[in-house]
Design a protein around this ligand. Sequence first.
Ligand code: C5P
Length: 412
Amino acid sequence: MTSTNKHILLGVAGGIAAYKSAVLVRLLRKRGAEVKVVMTSSALQFICPLTFQALSGHAVHTELLDAETENAMGHISLARWADVLLIAPATANFIAKCSHGLADDLLSTLYLAASCPVYIAPAMNQAMWGKPATQENITKLKAHGVYMIGPEAGDQACGETGLGRMAEPEAICGHLDSYFYDAGELVATFGQCLQGRKVLISAGPTREPLDPVRYLTNRSSGKMGYALVRAALDAGAEVTLISGPVSLTAPDQAEVVHVETAAQMYAAVMSMAPRHDIYIGAAAVADYSPVVAETRKIKKHDAQTTLILQKTQDILADVAALAARPFTVGFAAETHDLDAYAQTKLKQKNLDMIAANWVGGEQGGFDSGQNALQVFWCSDGGVGQKTLPMTDKSYLAKQLIQLISERYPKQS
Ligand code: C5P
C-alpha cells in the first residue's frame, strides 16, 4: 500500500466518467491516502460535490476566487498540499487548457501552480481522442512531464466503441502506487544533492550539412538530455545546456547554447567544460560528417553516388582528457551487446560513469517518453553497475542525477 499517508489532489473535469471518480476516491482512501477533490463547473453537471465530500471527508473545492479561503490563495495552498495532482477524468477541453497554459478556473490554475507530479486520466469520445488537435495536446503534455494513464479501448457511454474510456479506478490506483514506490527510492535530500554544483549537459542530435538544403542527422529527440537538465535543476545545480536542434523548450533557469553541427557542439562544450563540476554527454553526436559541405545544392546525375565523410572529434573523450576535467558521464545507445560496448567505452574514453540504453527496439530509446538505463562506473579498480528499469524519462533522469551525486567526489 504505497499510497498510504500521501496527499492526493483529485481534479474532476466534466465527463460522464466522473462517476468512476467516486469509486477512485474510495479506493485511494482505502489505501490510506488523504484525498481532496476539486471539480470544474462542468463536472458539477455530472456528479454532486456532496458525494465527493462524503467519500473524501473534505469539503470539495470548485471556485478559484473563494473569499472564505485564507488570503483568497486557496489554489496555492492546495497545490502545495498535494504530493500528486491526479486529474480523472480529464476531458479533451481540459487537456487542451493544460497544454496551452490557460488558467481560467480553479483546476486549470492548480495544474499551473502544482510543482508535484501530475497524472492525467483522459476520458472522451473516441473520435475526439483521435483528433490531431487532442493528440498534439497529449504529446505536448507528455513532453512537459505529465504522466498519462489510459485511455482504454471499449464501449463508450455515447454508444461508440474505441479508445477513449477512462482507465479503471483500480488501474489508476496502481499507477500511483508504483509512482510512490519508485519515488521512495529517491533520497529525501534529492532537492539538495547537487546544491551549488555546476552541471554542463549536451543534448539532442547534431546536423551535418551536405549542401544548403540537406544534412545528416539521427533520431535523437533530446528528451533524455532535457529531462536531465530539469532533474539537475531540481537537485539544486546550476545548469548549462548545449542543445542540438530539437523541438523542446528548455527550463528558464538553465543557461542554453544552441548549436547545430558536431563541430559547433565540440567548440561550445570544450569552452564551457573547465568551468563545470560535472559534464553529462547526453547528445547523439554525429560520428561522421561530410568532408565538404557544398555551397550549391547537389544535383542528381548518376544512379549511385558516394559521400566522403570524416570522423568528428569525440567531445566526451576530449572532456575526460582535460587536465581539470569535470566528473564526466557519457551515454551509450546500442542495438546489441549493450553491456560490453558500454564498459569498453567507459574505459576507452576514461569516463567516470556511462549510462547505456537499447535503441531501435519497440520500447523506449530515441523519441520515446520512456527509457531504461544500465549504468556503469569505475569503482576500486573494478566496475560498479546499477539497473534503472523502464520508466518515464523525467523520473529516470532524477534517478541518474541521484546516482551521479552519490558517485561525484565529495568536496568540503
Ligand atoms: O562512441 P559513441 O558515439 O557510441 O559514444 C556515445 C557517447 O559519446 C555519448 O555520450 C555521446 O554524447 C558522446 N560522443 C561525443 N562526441 C562524438 C561522438 C559521441 O561526445 N563525436
